[in-house]
Design a protein around this ligand. Structure first.
Ligand code: MN
Length: 585
């Protein structure tokens, strides 16, 4: 089925004099300078920082709000042999942050237990399960990861039980007082003077780890064992940083840069087994492999079974056990993909009733057959394919639990609020939201959301998706040299996207072939004069028939390399293509 989303291309246009100046001063190619300038990086000092990241650029962890109090309380608990409960969450951020604190506290000789809420039974973050777990373990100190900033009620109840709480988190604080506890370590607090706001939960946990190491060194240098442990922990923090899609700037870049090396090195049984299970081309872990291979496996554990398996994997000290756990998360990920594929197909078929985007600018799709564990990913896929916001819900016992995603320029806060009064609960951000609603109210919800979106769009169809390219690039300019240079600016990520080029008037150098188990991808060799490159298009197999010999092909693509059995080839990854008509014209 062809995509219903109309697509346009646009070139980002940085000032040519700034680009020329940057290329000269920083000693980089004109193309690299264009890419950097397009991301707002216009001084040679900034380029130097990008090229030579150093751990000395990390900010002092004690600058985080309440960090000194958090460190003091943890040290006291270690000294008094209190039981400390690390209280995480079931997504990648929570799992990796929990791993960091458990490892660090164990290294300090603390009595540590850990707890990850069960997504199906306990729900997200704090709840009655937190009290039960504290009682069961006999903990007198709870250290949270990636949650707690809005858990006033449960933190107070823990306090009433005689349990102290140290919150480490990165969620926005609601207006009003913070929960009453020992410390709320969160760079997004209104009173925070920390130089960077955008750490993820795993990043904040890493900062606590660093502060504890400093405290143990008592003003001196941290010893080799601590140093090695902190470097190991950067690997976990990097996975969280990429998967929680926080901006790839400032400390997050440093964490991702050093963390990628650590993941690649695979020094622990858990990391080694996880990377091996991902079946990556040897020798290369990038932010893309974290986002598309490593992260989904960790998330699949929480979605389909229990995220505890992923923490156990990271904590494993035995290679055989680690391999067994890695195989388990790998199988869960395969099951997750299978489920997701079925739901996407069913949802697309269901959407056929509301195919006209002008009259139905929002899709509300629900079924009793859909697992709430995959509705978020499916909503994202539907938005990509149909070019308009989607709410996808799984119904069980008359209650629908759903996830919503949207297109640029149409906020879910604005659209979803039209359903106020119909929901049991709802909340989220501009780009992603969730809700619970009685199934009998779904038709009413659809009507209201559609009416609100029409109003917001003034009766127009949702704006077409625009693909942006950094510049046009003739194929003759592409090769090892340029790819090497661009790779020096990795890791790419949120707010610092990898380069995208537009190349026009290519020809087929061979017939395209279908790729992948589910036959959704294709590969083809493209030619321009003497230059021929292999190109892969993911998720675009249904459009493969548009490619005909002799017709000019225009391609929007990302540079890429592929290592197979020790041989590296330079390739193109096709984001979008057009045949005949020039989409830049
Ligand atoms: Mn998080």
């Amino acid at each position: 089925m062809p995509s219903n989303a109309p697509i346009r291309w646009r070139l980002r246009r940085s000032d040519p004099t700034i680009v020329a100046e940057l290329a000269r001063r920083a000693g980089v190619s004109h193309i690299a300078a264009t890419v950097l300038a397009n991301r707002g990086c216009t001084s040679s000092e900034e380029v130097k920082r990008l090229l030579m990241p150093s751990l000395h650029q990390l900010h002092d962890p004690l600058l985080l709000p309440d960090m000194p109090a958090a460190v003091a309380r943890v040290l006291a608990a270690v000294r008094a042999k209190e039981t400390i409960l690390v209280h995480g969450d079931y997504d990648v951020d929570g799992v990796t942050g929990t791993t960091i604190l458990v490892k660090v506290l164990e290294h300090m000789g603390a009595k540590v237990r850990w707890h990850i809420p069960d997504r199906h039974k306990d729900g997200y973050a704090f709840g009655p399960h937190s009290l039960e777990k504290a009682k069961e373990t006999g903990a007198t100190l709870v250290v949270s990861v990636d949650s707690g900033t809005s858990a006033h009620e449960w933190i107070e109840k823990l306090g009433a039980m005689g349990v102290d709480v140290v919150v480490t988190d990165h969620h926005e604080a609601k207006p009003g007082p913070l929960p009453r506890c020992v410390a709320v370590v969160n760079a997004k607090r209104a009173d925070s003077t920390y130089p960077f706001r955008e750490l993820c939960g795993g990043g904040v946990a890493f900062k606590l780890a660093w502060a504890l190491a400093q405290a143990r060194a008592d003003g001196g240098k941290v010893d080799e064992a601590w140093r090695s442990l902190l470097v190991e922990c950067i690997g976990y923090a990097a996975i969280a940083t990429v998967c929680d899609v926080v901006p790839m700037r400032d400390e997050n870049r440093l964490i991702a840069h050093y963390g990628l090396r650590e993941i690649q090195a695979g020094r622990t049984p858990g990391m080694r087994a996880l990377v091996d299970a991902c079946n990556l081309p040897q020798g290369r872990v990038s932010s893309t492999t974290i986002g598309y291979q490593i992260g989904p496996r960790i998330n699949a554990a929480g979605r389909l079974a229990n995220a505890r398996i992923a923490v156990e994997l990271f904590l494993s000290k035995d290679m055989d056990e680690a391999r067994r756990l890695a195989a388990q998360v790998d199988a869960l990920n395969t099951a997750r993909k299978d489920k997701e594929r079925v739901v996407v197909d069913e949802a697309v078929a269901m959407a056929a009733r509301w195919i006209d985007a002008r009259h139905h600018p929002v899709l509300v799709l629900a079924s009793e057959a859909w697992d709430p564990g995959v509705v978020g990913i499916v909503a994202g896929r539907i938005v990509g394919r149909m070019g308009r916001p989607a709410v996808v819900l799984g119904v069980k016992d008359g209650v629908a639990k759903g996830s919503a995603r949207t297109i640029a320029g149409l906020s879910l806060m604005d659209v979803m609020s039209a359903g106020d009064g119909l929901y049991e609960t709802w909340g989220g951000h501009h780009q992603a939201a969730g809700c619970t609603i009685k199934a009998e109210r779904l038709d009413a919800l659809r009507e209201r959301l559609v009416a609100r979106a029409r109003e917001l769009l003034r009766g127009e169809p949702p704006p077409p998706r625009v693909h942006e390219a950094d510049c046009e690039l003739p194929l003759s300019a592409y090769g090892e040299l340029l790819l090497d240079e661009l790779e020096r600016f990795e890791p790419w990520g949120q707010d610092f996207q990898g380069p995208v080029f537009a190349t026009r008037d290519l020809r087929l150098a061979e017939q395209p072939t279908i790729m992948g188990k589910d036959r959704k991808h294709f590969s083809v060799r493209l030619r321009s004069g003497d230059a021929v490159f292999k190109a892969k298009a993911f998720g675009l197999a249904e459009r493969m028939g548009e490619l005909t010999p002799g017709t000019p092909i225009h391609v929007l693509w990302r540079p890429d390399r592929n290592t197979f059995r020790g041989t590296t080839t330079i390739e193109m990854t096709i984001e979008d293509f057009a045949v005949g008509v020039d989409p830049l014209a």
